[in-house]
Design a binder for this molecule. Structure first.
Ligand code: MOS
Length: 728
C-alpha cells in the first residue's frame, strides 16, 4: 500500500482500542521470567557451548603474537577463535568497527579472541590464559586536541548535509545589538542497557540461525552477510524480546559475529553474552561534542542570526549531528550550521537515543536561556517569540504540525512557572537553593516502510507477524491494538509475533520511527484482510464495518469467524511512503520544565520535579507512551548530572567501564515526573496519524536541568555533566 496523501478518516479513528491506555500484553511473560531473551533460548539451540570474549588491552596498534596453547589445554575448552583461524571477517554497514581484531587493533577492548568451552566458568577461566603480545602505536584520544587537526580521511557521502548556510550569518551576527558566543561540551555517553549484547548461533549446513538481541533485524541479516561473506538469505535472526537498546543494538556486534564463527568451527551451537565490563569499550557509545553557538537578536529579542558548530570524535566518518535541532527549532533569517569529525582511536561512536538532538539541545537550549537573560526576557516568552511554523531553512515547507508554543504555555501553567524568582539564587528552602528551568525539545518523526502479515483463523483469532522488534517500548501491545481496531475484535483475540527474519520485514526499532511505521504496516495488511473477509462473506467491501467480532454491510451482519470457514485468511502488505516528508517538516515537540534544589553548602544537586508537555501526533497507547517519555526524562537527568565516560587520554579507553562507576539515575534521583500529551493526530505521517515518542523524552531535558541549576545558583555550567565540583 502506498501512503502518499494525508490520511483520510479510517477505521483507526474510531479509537475504541487505539488511543486507549493498555497494559503490555507481554507484561505477564516478562514479570514471570518466561519471556525468552536471546541468551535464554536454550530449547531452540540445545547443547550450546559457552563463549567468552577476550578484549584488546591496547587502543591502537597490532597483535604481535597470540599464544593460546595453555588456554586450549584448559579443562572443558572446545576451541578458540582468533584472527588466525577465523577466515575473512569484514565489517557491517551500520557499525563500522570490526568485530574481531587482528592483526591490527582499532580500539581498546576490540575482541582479539573468543574462548569456547563446555561451561561458562571454564571459558572464563581459560580466557585468562590467552597470552597476547601487543605492538602499540600512538593514537588520538583527545577531542579538544584532535579537533584542531585536519581529518585523516575525506568524509564519505553523507545523508545529512554537514554544513548549512542561509542568508549572511556573519554579517547579521556582527551587526546585531544583542549577541551570545558560547561554547559547550558534552561527554561520551554509554547506552548501559540492562540486557548485555547476547547471541546464540547455530549452523545447519550453510544456513546460520542467530538468536540475538537486536533492534533492527533486517540490518542484522544484511550486516552479518557482509561480515561473513555469505548470502543474507542463508541467515535467520530471531529476536522476540530485547532488554533495551537505545541505539546500541542497532545491528550485529562482536557477540553475534564471534558466536557465528565459533559455531561454524565447532559444528555446534555457541552462546555468547558480552561481559558487562567489556560493553563500554567493545561496543559503541554516544560521541562527546564541543559545540560553539552564536545567537544574535534585535533589541526586542527576535533572532536575526543563529549559528551552531559542532565537533565530535569518531573512529569512523560520521559526526554526531548535534546541529540538527538548530536547523529547525527557531526562526531567524541568517543561519549557519557546521558539523566536523575529529578522527579518534577511541571505540566507535554511533547512535544513542535521539542522536544529534540530545547533545545538540544540551548546548542550544542553554544558549537560549543565556540569551533570554541578556535580553531581560522570560525564557518561555523568548522561545515563543522566536517560534516558526515553517522550516526556517526552507520557508516554503511548513511543519506538518507544530504545537511547541502550546507545549510551552501549557507547561508553564501546569508547572507553576510564574513562581520562578525574578533573578537567580533568590529562592531558598532551608539549606536548599531552589531553581526552575525550561527547555524546548524537537525530534524528527520519520517513518520507514514496514511490512506485516495478518491471519484470521476459524477461532476468530488474528495473528500478526512482522520482524519488527520490541526493545521494551510496547511494540507488541500497539500492534495488537492496531489489528484489534482494524478487525473489530478485542485485544484478547489478537496474537502478535515479532522479531523473526522469516516474518515480513518491519521497520525495526530506531530513530523513534518504530511505532508509527510498524503500526502502518499492520494497518496495510489489515486493509487487505478486511477486503478478503468481506469477499468471503459476500458483503460489499466498500461500505463494510468490522466491529464487535461481526462484519456489517448494508442491512446484513455476519460473524467474522464465518470468513475463516473454508480455511484461514492470510494477508500481507507493506506500507510505503511518497514525498510527504519532503512537503512537510515532520517533527515531534515538547517543553520540559524542571525544578532543582542545590545544597548551598555542598553543591549537591537534586531534581525535585519534572514536567514534559509533548506534541507528538496521536498517542497510540498513552500508558506506554508515558513510560517512554519518563524513561527519556530519566536518561536526560543522567546526561545532565552524572553520565560521563571518562577518557584515559594517554591509553585511549573509557576508564569507568562498568555500572558501578558509570553512574545513571536511580529512583531516588527522580522524585516526581509528570507527562502531558497535547491532543493531536497528524495525517501526514501515516494511517495511524501517530508519530513516536521514544526519543522525544530525553531531548531537551539536560538543558532544562542546567537552566534550573543556573536559576537556583547563578552559576552557569557549560560543561556536562553538571557535578557539584563545578558549582563550588
Ligand atoms: Mo536509536 S539511537 O535510533 O535506537
Amino acid at each position: 500500500m502506498k501512503f502518499t496523501t494525508p490520511a483520510n478518516r479510517n477505521p483507526i479513528d474510531r479509537l475504541k482500542v487505539v488511543g486507549q491506555s493498555t497494559q503490555r500484553i507481554d507484561g505477564p511473560l516478562k514479570t514471570t521470567g518466561t519471556a525468552p531473551y536471546a541468551y535464554e533460548q536454550n530449547d531452540a539451540a540445545p547443547g550450546a557451548a559457552y563463549g567468552y570474549i577476550v578484549g584488546a588491552a591496547i587502543a591502537k596498534g597490532r597483535i604481535g603474537s597470540i599464544d593460546v596453547t595453555r588456554a586450549r589445554a584448559a579443562p572443558g575448552v572446545l576451541g578458540i577463535v582468533t584472527a588466525d583461524n577465523a577466515g575473512k571477517v569484514g565489517n557491517g554497514d551500520f557499525y563500522t568497527a570490526r568485530a574481531l581484531a587482528g592483526p591490527d587493533i582499532q580500539h581498546y577492548h576490540q575482541a582479539v579472541a573468543l574462548v569456547v568451552a563446555e561451561t561458562f566458568e571454564q571459558a572464563r577461566a581459560a580466557a585468562q590464559l590467552v597470552r597476547v603480545q601487543y605492538v602499540q602505536a600512538d593514537g588520538a584520544y583527545d577531542l579538544a586536541k584532535a579537533k584542531e587537526k585536519p581529518p585523516r580521511r575525506q568524509p564519505l557521502q553523507q545523508k545529512q548535509p554537514r554544513d548549512t548556510a542561509i542568508g549572511d550569518f556573519e554579517a547579521a551576527y556582527a551587526a546585531a545589538p544583542v549577541k551570545l558566543d558560547a561554547t559547550y561540551t558534552t561527554p561520551d555517553h554509554a547506552h548501559t542497557m540492562l540486557e548485555p549484547h547476547a547471541t546464540i548461533a547455530a549452523w545447519d549446513g550453510d544456513r546460520l540461525t542467530l538468536w540475538t538481541a537486536i533492534q533492527i533485524v533486517s540490518w542484522g541479516t544484511r550486516d552479518m552477510a557482509k561480515i561473513l561473506g555469505i548470502r543474507k538469505e542463508n541467515i535467520r535472526i530471531v529476536s522476540p524480546y530485547i532488554g533495551g537498546g537505545f541505539g546500541g543494538k542497532g545491528s550485529v556486534l562482536a557477540d553475534a559475529v564471534l558466536a557465528a564463527l565459533a559455531a561454524r568451527q565447532l559444528g555446534r551451537p555457541v552462546k555468547v553474552a558480552l561481559q558487562r565490563p567489556l560493553m563500554f569499550n567493545n561496543t559503541t557509545h554516544r560521541a562527546a561534542t564541543i559545540q560553539r553557538i552564536r545567537i544574535a537578536t534585535d533589541k526586542a529579542g527576535r533572532i536575526t542570526a543563529i549559528g551552531h558548530e559542532s565537533w565530535s570524535g569518531n573512529l569512523g566518518d560520521n559526526p554526531e549531528s548535534a546541529t540538527a535541532p538548530t536547523r529547525l527549532l527557531y526562526a531567524g533569517a541568517n543561519r549557519m550550521t557546521r558539523l566536523r569529525v575529529a578522527h579518534l582511536d577511541l571505540p566507535e561512536a554511533n547512535a544513542m537515543r535521539a542522536p544529534g538532538e540530545t547533545p545538540g539541545m544540551m548546548a542550544l537550549e542553554i544558549a537560549m536561556d543565556e540569551m533570554a537573560e541578556k535580553l531581560g526576557l522570560d525564557p518561555v516568552a523568548f522561545r515563543i517569540l522566536n517560534d516558526t511554523q515553517v522550516d526556517p531553512e526552507s520557508p516554503s515547507r511548513p511543519f506538518s504540525q507544530r504545537q511547541l508554543v502550546e507545549c510551552l504555555r501549557s507547561g508553564a501553567e501546569h508547572f507553576g512557572w510564574e513562581r520562578r524568582a525574578a533573578r537567580p539564587g533568590m529562592r531558598r528552602d532551608g539549606r536548599w537553593l531552589v531553581g526552575m528551568g525550561v527547555a524546548s525539545a524537537i525530534r524528527g518523526a520519520q517513518v520507514q516502510k514496514s511490512a506485516a502479515s495478518v491471519r484470521l483463523d476459524a477461532r476468530g483469532v488474528i495473528t500478526v507477524e512482522t520482524d519488527m522488534t520490541d526493545i521494551g517500548t510496547g511494540t507488541y501491545t500497539i500492534l495488537a491494538q492496531t489489528a484489534a481496531e482494524m478487525m473489530g475484535v478485542g485485544l484478547d483475540r489478537v496474537v502478535v509475533r515479532l522479531g523473526d527474519s522469516t516474518f515480513p520485514p518491519g521497520a525495526g526499532s530506531g530513530g523513534q520511527f518504530g511505532a508509527a511505521s510498524s503500526t502502518a504496516g499492520v494497518y496495510a495488511a489489515c486493509v487487505k484482510l478486511r477486503a478478503m473477509a468481506a469477499q468471503r462473506l459476500g458483503l460489499d467491501g466498500a461500505n463494510v464495518e468490522f466491529l464487535g467480532g461481526r462484519v456489517r454491510a448494508g442491512g446484513t451482519s455476519k460473524p467474522l469467524t464465518d470468513a475463516a470457514v473454508g480455511g484461514d485468511l492470510v494477508a500481507q502488505d507493506t506500507m510505503e511512503y511518497g514525498d510527504l516528508n519532503k512537503r512537510f517538516a515532520q517533527q515531534t515537540f515538547a517543553a520540559h520544565f524542571v525544578e532543582v534544589g542545590v545544597d548551598a553548602e555542598t553543591g549537591e544537586i537534586r531534581v525535585r520535579r519534572m514536567l514534559a508537555v509533548c506534541a507528538a501526533g496521536r498517542i497510540i497507547n498513552p500508558l506506554a507512551a508515558r513510560s517512554q517519555i519518563i524513561g527519556g526524562m530519566t536518561m536526560g537527568a543522567g546526561a545532565a548530572l552524572m553520565e560521563e565516560l571518562v577518557v584515559d587520554k594517554r591509553a585511549g579507553f573509557f576508564v569507568n567501564h562498568d555500572m558501578a562507576s558509570y553512574e545513571v539515575p536511580v529512583h531516588a534521583d527522580i522524585p516526581h515526573q509528570d507527562v502531558i500529551f497535547l491532543d493531536e493526530a497528524d495525517p501526514t505521517i501515516g494511517p495511524l496519524k501517530a508519530k513516536g515518542v521514544g526519543e522525544l523524552g530525553i531531548s531537551g531535558v539536560p538543558a532544562a536541568i542546567a537552566n534550573a541549576v543556573y536559576d537556583a545558583t547563578g552559576i552557569r555550567v557549560r560543561e556536562y555533566p553538571i557535578t557539584l565540583d563545578k558549582l563550588l
